[in-house]
Design a protein around this ligand. Structure first.
Ligand SMILES: Nc1ncnc2c1ncn2[C@@H]1O[C@H](COP(=O)(O)OP(=O)(O)OP(=O)(O)O)[C@@H](O)[C@H]1O
Length: 516
């Protein structure tokens, strides 16, 4: 009988306020692609961190190829042949791709680890696996999707026997996902075991041989994903029927956000210049912007949010008929803008601060919240607001005093989205609103976005998930190579057509995007 590559027996990990893993058993065979499924906070990442030696279990045993091992550090894990692609990228911003990878590789006798020597290997592996990368590029200038490629290529360079992938496709394009799956299947055929975490159940169905389901830190069941439907897998995961979101289109009101002829050179040498972008967004409508990260998404978000106020001859941005292009982010928030950035740790939240303090970061601006009165911070009001967000958006955590970094990825995303929605903006900008969020919670967030629209808020959603945009949007446009297509009513287009536009194949000339 073949020996399992990895066996986890009775693993438990208890944090002061939560049981992250309770008596978990997991067996992974050589060449098997094994999914670990579960809602946000179910304990998936904790279990993976235990395998990779980042977190020490309080109880239980780990067997590696038939013998008991103690994995006390990632270095130990890598020595065994375990590689991990993290959900939150652990890259140095000011270094290049090759330098980052060089730092992460362990010394192998006979291998030159200098960035210059690594560059051709990086290029070769990235081409072989369809994950294009320029080794000389600085990480800070890369989109999340591109950073994820660095993480994946970095792991593959170590020729692992077990590859842990924590939501590797959350920011990859559909085409890159297909290529990655081909590579993973090839690796599995070569005998590499893969532990795969994803909230995308259709991916699990097509890719994975087995699934272990976690609920509240315990194994609640196992399944053969190819014999299940995405729906039955979801229900196994959440332990009840899958919620649905309901959208009845509204009659939109006046234009409240108007972008006119934005022509902006990127402040990043590898960025994308925005070219003549015009869009009118009305109260009570959701406009979705589809497109692959790296096509001007970051530049557009910076321009709209005020993170980078407009300079001369870069076009105009109006809110409620007034020019706001020169205003910074706080001043735009004061006028009613809300903003959920794509990077939740760093831009969306400060990792070491509590949820309450993270609430104050954006909550101090709108006067209606009462968090700051006559220049004095009202701690009680801040805490109460944070508690409301936690309750309404079902954020699993140890309360408003928990540090943002202690939340599971999806729960932090729910918190940030919830905080921004509950600040009651009049214009709301979302970038990847359900990134890393489980399917039940994604429905909750989408419904909250629809409810905002129904209450008259003007909503702009940038997302790489076309299905999500079709579920939410009243009109949809594509941002490709820094140009924005016409925003058309969703009923007048199709996922296929939008997919074609995403490659830049659309006529943008004269696309004023001012609805009739
Ligand atoms: N360092 C920590 N301190 C305190 N609590 C923690 C810590 N790390 C994780 N937790 C808690 O343990 C639980 C399990 O978290 P984990 O990240 O493993 O979940 P997950 O299933 O990976 O979720 P997601 O799908 O959202 O990434 C959560 O309630 C989380 O808040």
């Amino acid at each position: 009988m073949t020996e399992p590559r990895l066996q986890m027996l009775g693993i438990s990990k208890i944090y002061p306020s939560v049981v992250a893993n309770a008596d978990v058993n997991l067996t992974v065979m050589p060449g098997e692609i094994h999914a670990v499924l579960g809602e946000n906070g179910a304990g998936k990442s904790t279990l993976m961190k235990i395998i990779y030696g980042v977190v020490k279990p309080d109880d239980g045993q780990i067997m590696w190829e038939g013998r008991q091992v103690h994995i006390n550090s990632p270095h130990d894990a890598r020595k065994l042949g375990i590689g991990m692609v993290f959900q939150h990228f652990a890259l140095f911003e000011t270094l290049t791709v090759a330098e980052n990878i060089a730092l992460a590789l362990d010394d192998t006798p006979g291998h030159d680890r200098s960035p210059a020597a690594l560059a051709p290997r990086i290029r070769a592996v990235s081409e072989q696996y369809g994950l294009p990368l320029d080794p000389a590029r600085l990480v800070h200038s890369m989109s999340v999707g591109e950073r994820q490629r660095v993480e994946i290529v970095r792991c593959l360079l170590q020729s692992p026997k077990l590859l842990i992938m924590d939501e590797p496709t959350s920011v990859l394009t559909p085409d890159a996902v297909l290529k990655l799956f081909e590579s993973l299947r090839r690796l599995a055929a070569e005998g590499v075991s893969i532990v795969y975490i994803s909230h995308k159940l259709d991916e699990i169905q097509t890719l994975c041989d087995k699934a272990t389901v976690l609920r509240g830190g315990r194994v609640s069941g196992t399944a053969l994903p190819k014999q299940e439907s995405a729906r039955s897998l979801a229900e196994l995961m959440i332990g009840r029927e899958l919620p649905v979101c309901v959208s009845v289109p509204q009659q939109p009101g006046n234009v409240v956000l108007h972008l006119d002829a934005l022509d902006i050179e990127s402040d990043d040498p590898f960025g994308t210049r925005l070219k003549e972008i015009s869009l009118a967004l009305r109260a009570g409508e959701i406009v979705g912007i589809a497109g692959i990260s790296g096509n001007g998404q970051q530049e557009l978000l910076k321009a709209i949010s005020g993170e980078r106020p407009l300079g001369r001859r870069q076009g105009t941005i109006q809110m409620f008929g007034q020019d706001v292009g020169a205003l910074d982010a706080a001043q735009r928030r004061q006028r009613g803008m809300g903003f959920v950035p794509e990077e939740r740790l760093g831009r969306g939240a400060v990792p070491d601060l509590s949820l309450a303090d993270n609430t104050l970061l954006t909550g101090y601006v709108p006067p209606a919240t009462g968090m700051v009165q006559r220049g004095i911070v009202k701690r009680g009001a801040v805490a109460a607001f944070a508690r409301d967000v936690i309750e309404r958006f079902k954020v699993k955590c140890g309360g408003e005093r928990s540090a943002a970094a202690s939340l599971s990825g999806g729960n932090l995303q729910k918190f940030i989205v919830g905080r921004e929605i509950m600040l009651s903006p009049k214009v709301m900008i979302f970038a990847q609103p359900t990134w890393g969020v489980d399917i039940g919670a994604a429905m909750l967030i989408r419904q909250a976005i629809i409810d905002m629209r129904n209450a008259g808020v003007a909503v702009l959603v940038l997302s790489e998930e076309i299905e999500e945009l079709f579920m939410l949007s009243d009109r949809i446009a594509v941002l490709a190579d820094g140009r924005l297509s016409r925003a058309v009513p969703v009923a007048d287009t199709s996922i296929n057509e939008v997919g074609v536009w995403m490659s830049g194949d659309f006529n943008y000339q004269g696309a004023q995007n001012v609805p009739a």
